[in-house]
Design a protein around this ligand. Structure first.
Ligand SMILES: NC(=O)C1=CN([C@@H]2O[C@H](COP(=O)(O)OP(=O)(O)OC[C@H]3O[C@@H](n4cnc5c(N)ncnc54)[C@H](OP(=O)(O)O)[C@@H]3O)[C@@H](O)[C@H]2O)C=CC1
Ligand SMILES: O=C1O[C@H](COP(=O)(O)O)[C@@H](O)[C@H](O)[C@H]1O
Length: 458
């Protein structure tokens, strides 16, 4: 694929996202495309020398066994530049070193990204600059609008990539195939046949030294406001005509514009929790509030659950419950579509009366359709069976899919500006209710399934 980007310039290059996710993604892309040539520049607040950076890149590439001529070319030429990227003067000096059209990747805390973009308003950007911004995009609806205003003055919309790496996950595209390439699902994909939809992303990871970012975000903003709303949009959008950026983003945008907190009540339709000490998969975790960098007074939640409604003909009355949390006993990453009961069960059939459920696992990529059948033994007795399938691994890491779109100048996997603002509008009533303490912050021991009195989902 022809690349429109000559240089990948990472801001926040000394941070976690850069070394753990972005650089491995680049290594994977370069291994698969040995003829591709992209210059790599890193910039960060740390005073790193060239060797420290080169070693960081090499170590990150090694995590995906990156090799080949394109990888060697990057390793031989990559450079690191200490800079305060919120300073117009330092940015100007940095941009003077850039060759060809750069993609600037802000692997920075959101507030620093906003300051860096504002600083760029006062200087010239290299010709053909693409800007790549991480989630969360802004810190609320107003700041997202303001940031969009700044970005619009810097580069055209099609050169702005608001990254949500869940859109790069193979499963999210599998959803598109599953829904729109199978006649048996799409006709049932509405409130007439679906009772509820749950999207769960429970992690075993705890804070993992990310207090500086996470303690200001919490599970709602970190996962639901961005990733899970995007997954929900793909799951529930109207059928797009093509998978081109315009069609896909229109369909997702329309669906999210119709989304509200369930029955307008953030208090009745949201729950929050915070982990106390415990053991997850044999690993002892401190209580969240005892972690370095956490301010207990912030009352940051590590588990969030919110139910939404989608006010369209297709979805009116169907609750969509999104949940994500850290330090949970089981890693559970799935979408559960619960169908309505049949209108009439022939008298005489007995046994299981559970509704049909379609489970789509987000990782590993699998699905199962739970059905009631007449099993062996009593021919009138219903039993539960599960038809399973494995989607298989995506060929690329989610971040590699995202980077591929950036390097090729294709924004289909990026979030459109109005949609990024809308996602804040959707969760704003919940944030407000939680700030006013209208919803209790429940405790759960690390390694448990959450507060014992919460009803399980799916
Ligand atoms: N880490 C992850 O798993 C994921 C992160 N993200 C998103 O990526 C973004 C970055 O997160 P993450 O990498 O975890 O955060 P980190 O805190 O690990 O890294 C942030 C980096 O920004 C640097 N930095 C801060 N201020 C400045 C400045 N003024 N000028 C130059 N550099 C600066 C920091 O340098 P220093 O340390 O010296 O201050 C650090 O290298 C966030 O928006 C997050 O939501 C998204 C998906 C996953
Ligand atoms: O963006 C984030 O995502 C990860 C979960 O995504 P995964 O692809 O790594 O499973 C989450 O752990 C992190 O807190 C959040 O910032």
């Amino acid at each position: 694929m022809a690349s429109t980007v000559a240089t990948l310039l990472i801001f926040g290059a000394s941070g976690d996202l850069s070394s753990r996710l972005l650089l491995p993604a680049l290594g994977q892309l370069l291994t698969r495309n040995p003829d591709r040539r992209v210059a790599l520049m890193g910039s960060g607040a740390e005073d790193w020398d060239a060797d420290t950076w080169a070693e960081t890149v090499r170590t990150s590439f090694a995590t995906v066994d990156a090799s080949g001529p394109a990888v060697d070319a990057v390793l031989a030429s990559t450079s690191y530049h200490k800079a305060d990227v919120t300073s117009p003067e330092e940015l100007t000096e940095l941009f003077a070193l850039v060759e060809g059209a750069p993609a600037i990747y802000f692997a920075l805390p959101p507030a620093v990204t906003a300051m860096s973009c504002a600083a760029m308003l006062t200087i010239d950007l290299p010709a053909g600059t693409t800007l790549c911004l991480e989630k969360p995009f802004g810190t609320d609806q107003r700041s997202a609008e303001k940031l969009n205003g700044v970005l619009a003055k810097l580069v055209p919309e099609d050169r702005i990539h608001r990254v949500d790496h869940f859109l790069g996950r193979s499963t999210v595209f599998n959803l598109v195939g599953l829904r729109f390439a199978n006649r048996i699902f799409e006709p049932l994909w509405n409130s007439e046949h679906i009772e509820r939809i749950d999207i769960v992303y429970d992690e075993q990871l705890g804070l993992e030294d990310r207090a500086r970012y996470y303690d200001g975000a919490g599970a709602l903003v970190d996962m639901i406001q961005s990733h899970l709303l995007q997954v929900m949009a793909v799951l529930a959008m109207e059928p797009p005509s093509t998978l081109d950026a315009a069609d896909l983003r229109d369909a997702k945008g329309m669906m999210l514009r119709a989304t509200r907190v369930w029955r307008g009540s953030p208090v009745k339709s949201s729950r929050r929790g915070r982990y106390t000490k415990g053991t997850v998969d044999g690993r002892s975790l401190k209580s969240y509030v005892a972690e370095k960098g956490v301010d207990p007074a912030r009352e940051t939640e590590t588990l969030a659950e919110v139910t939404f409604e989608v006010n369209t003909w297709r979805w009116a009355g169907v609750p969509f419950t999104l949940r994500s949390g850290k330090a949970l006993g089981e890693r559970r990453r799935e979408i559960v579509v619960t169908f309505k009961p049949v209108p009439h069960l022939p008298t005489g059939l007995w046994g299981v009366e559970a509704p049909t459920k379609l489970r789509i696992m987000l990782a590993p990529d699998e699905m199962s359709l739970e059905l009631n059948i007449n099993g062996p033994g009593d021919p009138k007795e219903l039993e539960r069976v599960s038809l399973g399938a494995t989607f298989g691994e995506g060929q690329l890491l989610a971040y590699a899919e995202v980077l591929e779109g950036i390097l090729a100048g294709d924004p289909s996997l990026s979030v459109r500006g109005d949609t990024a603002e809308d996602c804040w509008r959707i969760v704003a009533p919940v944030i407000k209710a939680w700030r006013k303490d209208k919803v209790p912050l429940d405790d759960y021991p690390a390694g448990s399934s959450g507060p014992a009195w919460w009803m399980p989902l799916g």
